[in-house]
Design a protein around this ligand. Structure first.
Ligand code: 13P
Length: 262
């Protein structure tokens, strides 16, 4: 199996004022103190805080990400933001295809793929979100939706170094509901099989995150599921205490691995 470094990303959504940077500084210091083990840690604050967040975390183990980018590199698009602007502000990652964007802004797979391509073009790593709604799950269409979203949203030029997939069942976001670890493992294995068609031989190295009501109380069992390479965390990423309660799963994992010398 190709080793995949765990990744825990926080999506602050439309939350956070300058005062929230104190929480980010606490996260930075906790990660520096080893609280997240070897896991890669990303925080995606609102666009207004990206430059300050990147400055605050410069030289640390925290990477900063955006929450969205336009498919075009510049132009007459009032209120929008390009991948190059995110990169210029200090972002390394950008989330695209989040269900809140797909639903509230009617973003299609094709549009999301364009945004992901723009991200890759600007040198950002794209975190592409996919996931079924409650109705799609009820109707037994989960796997068909995931297949369509993987095929439609992931750029053909993507590889393990430029793309991360986040499986976020829409019905699990902000609800306190989660799939069982077995369901998550099945979905992730299915996603990986379909990624293989896009990047033959490389899908085994792509990180697939689970997102949707990940909390300190359920992180250990969700993150231990097969094919789960980390988490995309919403509400629980807003405080250092909760975010580290999740990322801390990897500290324990490192500790239990024992002697890590070569
Ligand atoms: P919650 O963790 O608040 O359910 O949000 C998940 C999410 O949408 C992350 O992108």
């Amino acid at each position: 199996m190709i080793p995949r470094r765990p990744l825990v990303a926080g999506n602050w959504k439309m939350n956070g004022l300058k005062a929230s940077l104190a929480e980010l500084a606490a996260i930075r210091d906790a990660v520096a103190a080893g609280h997240a083990g070897d896991a890669e840690i990303v925080v995606c604050p609102p666009a207004t805080l990206i430059a300050a967040a990147a400055e605050l975390c410069a030289g640390s183990r925290i990477a900063i990400g955006g929450q969205w980018c336009h498919a075009q590199s510049s132009g007459a698009h009032t209120g929008d933001i390009s991948a190059a602007m995110l990169k210029d502000a200090g972002a390394i990652f950008v989330i695209v295809g989040h269900s809140e964007r797909r639903i509230e802004h009617a973003e299609t797979d094709g549009l999301v793929r364009g945004q992901a391509e723009a991200a890759l073009g600007a040198g950002l790593t794209a975190i592409v979100c996919i996931g079924e709604t409650a109705a799609e799950r009820r109707e037994g269409r989960t796997l068909a939706v995931l297949e369509r979203q993987v095929g439609g949203s992931v750029p053909t030029a993507a590889g393990p170094g430029s793309i991360v997939i986040a499986y976020e069942p829409v019905w699990a976001i902000g609800t306190g509901l989660t799939p069982t670890p077995a369901d998550v493992a099945d979905a992730h294995a299915f996603i990986r099989r379909h990624l293989d068609a896009l990047m033959p031989g490389e899908a085994g190295a792509v990180r697939i995150l689970y997102g949707g009501s990940v909390k300190p109380a359920n992180a250990a069992e969700l993150l231990a599921a097969a094919d789960v390479d980390g988490a995309l965390v919403g509400g629980a990423s807003l405080t250092c205490k909760d975010f580290m309660g999740i990322a801390g799963v990897y500290r324990s994992a490192d500790a239990s691995r024992g002697d890590r010398s070569p």
